[in-house]
Design a protein around this ligand. Sequence first.
Ligand code: MOS
Length: 741
Amino acid sequence: MYETHVGSPRSRVDGKLKVTGAARYAAEYTAPDLAQGYVVNSAIAKGRITSIDISAAMAVPGVIQVFTHQNRPRTAWRSKAYQDEVAPPGTPFRPLYDEKILYSGQPIALVVAEDFEIARYAASLVRVTYEAEGHQTDLEKVRMQAYKPPKTRSGMAPAPDRGDAEAGFGASPVRVSADYRIAIEHHNPMEPHAATVVWDGDGKITVYDKIQGVQNTQSYITHVFGLSQDDVHVLSPFVGGAFGSGLRPQYQLFLAVMAALELKRSVRVTLTRDQMFTFTYRPDGLQEMSIGANPDGMLQAIRHDVVSNTSTFEDYQEMIVGWSSMMYHCENVSTTYKLAQIDTYTPGDMRAPGAPTGMFALESAMDELSYKLGMDPLQLRLRNYAEIDEATGKPFSSKELRAAYQLGAERFGWSKRSPEPRSMKEGRELVGWGMASGMWEAQMQKTSARAVLTIDGKLEVGTATADIGTGTYTILTQIAADALGLPMEKVTAKVGDSKLPFSPVEGGSWAAASAGTAVTLACNTVRETLFGYARGMEGSPLANAEIGRVAFRDGRIELVSDPTRFVTIQDAMVAGKVHRIEAEETGSPSRINQARYSGFTHSAIFAEVRVDEELGRVRVTRVVDAVAAGKILNPKTARSQILGGVVFGIGMALHEESMMDHHLGRFMNHNIAEYHIPANADVEGIEVIFVEEHEDKLNPIGVKGLGEIGIVGTAAAIANAVYHATGKRIRHLPITVDRLL
Ligand code: MOS
């Protein structure tokens, strides 16, 4: 296939819609009779509601209904709690189910009114009394009750131990043993959660939800409310950032659908920024890491033990310790991963769930070891380079991490690093250079796509995945344009509509590989049909040609060996007596290759910090992230993904921290003034390098996915740079002034 668009930097096809405000988000859809909902949240962390008085709220002119557990419609919760596509083992939370309070901030009432301000005001008049029970929100206090999850979340089982880590560590002449921890982080994409439910009459609804998977939302609604698929149309054409927050249907969706079905009118429920702190978040992790090595730097043992928190009703799990089994060559490895329950909502996936957490511990410990050995941190990594996936014994489908280390180091100027901590200073600032490795799964999921070519030379491709800002529309357009030899302007990509062919949720960095493959297959079928018409045309210049010997270019099908022999798309379709050619295909990962190979993306991150010791101020002045992620479909949008991931990593290293008031059992951050994220001034130079990596095992298009790798290892590289600058090892993120001084 000729590739003119794939592999080239292309601006987002949806960019103009977004910057002009024409792209609409879930809370921006409207309907003639749209009512507005406002959620009342629990003020206690555990116990039960003893009374809930809605009379004052109901008396406010413009209030339509106040829903509580006492009057919620019977239509809700037809079945037992429904586990959506990405739900962890357990019993999913059911809003307004009964009087029990499971966490602070739990939704306990929905006020529906003619407008938002009325609903908000009336919500303040809902009077609730509670009977509180003692809650526990302190992970350290329940650490001893940690358990191995009885049911493993799919794909989250830690690798079996190998060798004898205990003995290996004991016999190691050089050792590091320390505790690491990250703060809980709350999701704060630009677009807070919202659902607009349009009542179409006759029990049918159209739902605009802020979600990463329209079909996951659709089946949630059909199961919870006992509706048929035909009754529920879910759309999410634009998503204002998600990062995992939109993988599972959240409570605003349930409440909006419930109210719309009961009131038989359209209802919108939006969450405020404050309410964004009442649900899914990246969990805390108490990590114990021990590594031992010989004086030459060869690792002799790795031991990684983690206790992470979950809720009291679900066993949320993520891969925190798995990286320690795979990242380096080491014969003796032991990991444990346990959960302890606290009285909060269930944690959830947040960009590369588990990986930046675990890699913060592993890559910090490796850095500590390098100083004990008196060895360059990069040399230490190269010395212990894993040639195969040692957790499974399988070869990697491809792994150009060595090239990433080398190119990243060159670009950064790593060889000029002076090894001693506190040895680099400029003006009043200490300068520190640190590095780390990153690793993330390269996955593909079974996905279907449709391609429709019409005689006017236009091509439409569609699949029910989502574009959460990652550039999915753009890469699918590039792939389809190349497949049929069309300019990108002639191609329309559609995603985020439950009526489109099947797709799992967009997540795990698998959308490019999965949707990209499905679109490729559907377009290939269209190509074959088209080629058949072209060849069968009377007096066809391609009469004896085979599909492998023609190119689809500039709206023509031409012979590669002699491009003057061609048939236009239009002529071929006329010859075939058709106005449109439609194909739907499904792509699945190769089972054989999945069994044979391990597929991962890798990265090498180099960071420079400047620390003003008098003020305790840390600036991340330079980051070089060299990424090996297979084929890069679009270097421009790909780079943006890595930039965003690195910024997220800066946030993890220096800013983001959800603070729990254990007395109240409540997160105390309520907005982005109190929950710090990197602002423009916190982000200086970031350079992204894509390392050449040939990938042909994981999917037919050779991509590995890029949405998550940018955050993995970044916080560790920054913390390592802070140590190099200051001689202070901060093992508890974020590195705030109080921890540094
Ligand atoms: Mo990602 S955390 O799988 O949206």
